[in-house]
Write a protein that binds this ligand. Structure first.
Ligand SMILES: [Fe+2]
Length: 292
């Protein structure tokens, strides 16, 4: 059995969710790295002990869903301190969160709400990101959201906004390839051009997650892609992932599955498939053609 105790993540890992944590500790499956949501552990000492045991064998990345860097009411400093305390015990390979806000006046929202892309938001997020990176004592990776609507008062594209944010704050980016496919469909932009516009040097991690197709209530006959993380990675996302790998290189990639969570083996099989896509995408042109 191979175990990993080094700090860095490489290849494709899987999200470690509570239904699988005892199985992982007991069986030490061949996973290249794991990503957790700290919010699942902050009030669960037993799960935290299992997580620390898991950390002895795998690189672990921390993906926070509650820091809400886009909140107009500011960063929740108490939450930031609690995440920092867990991070200090865990020594993760990466720490990341969303370009969105998910809390309002202390309440956690179920969905991540997007932001208008303008100078005012840039200033607000740059200040919040500085506070988060100082509070955590480490670099923070910002993830592009899945979008269902935009703001008429945005003065720049999401790609321009993310690029400027990395320049101003020194943060890096978590490129969620499935979110780009979902947003491209819902918002009517070219997902390949989006990836081509991102600053390649700033990409530190990639996410891949499943989405579902639902009727668009506002447009009869049209459908909406919803970033549910409840199913397999779709073929268009795999194709877009190959494009991202050719542009960014073999970036550590996480399979996200948060609802209707399947057997751990299913997640690991999706990760193995991601590793195959990377190998195929980076192979010399003739080998790539032969594999198609
Ligand atoms: Fe994601």
């Amino acid at each position: 059995m191979t175990t990993f105790s080094d700090k860095g993540a490489a290849g494709a890992g899987v999200g470690l969710r509570l239904p699988h944590i005892q199985e992982v500790v007991t069986t030490l499956p061949h996973a290249r790295w794991l990503e957790i949501h700290p919010e699942n552990f902050l009030a669960n000492p037993h799960a935290t002990e299992l997580l620390l045991e898991t950390r002895r064998h795998y690189p672990v990345s921390v993906h926070t869903v509650g820091l809400s860097i886009g909140s107009a009411t500011g960063i929740d400093r108490n939450h930031l301190r609690r995440v920092r305390a867990l991070i200090d015990r865990l020594d993760p390979c990466m720490v990341s969160g969303h370009l969105a806000w998910s809390t309002h006046e202390g309440e956690f929202l179920n969905d991540l709400v997007p932001l208008p892309y303008d100078e005012e938001t840039l200033r607000l997020l740059s200040a919040h990101l500085g506070e988060v990176q100082d509070g955590l004592g480490r670099e923070y990776l910002v993830e592009n959201p899945a979008s269902y609507f935009g703001f008429g008062n945005s003065t720049m594209t999401e790609v321009e906004f993310l690029g400027e944010l990395t320049e101003r704050t020194g943060c890096r980016l978590l490129c969620d390839v499935s979110n780009i496919h979902v947003s491209g469909h819902n918002m009517g932009f070219d997902p390949y051009a989006y990836i081509d516009g991102l600053p390649a040097h700033a990409i530190g991690e990639i996410h891949l997650g499943g989405f579902t197709i639902e009727p668009d209530g506002a447009t009869p006959g049209a459908d909406l892609l919803v970033d549910t993380h409840s199913t397999f990675i779709a073929e268009p996302s795999w194709d877009l992932y190959g494009h991202a790998i050719r542009r960014f290189g073999a970036i550590p990639t996480l399979i996200e599955w948060d609802k209707d969570i399947p057997a751990l083996a299913t997640l690991l099989a999706q990760a193995a498939h991601a590793d195959q896509v990377v190998a195929r995408s980076l192979a010399p042109e003739p080998a790539r053609a032969a594999a198609c």
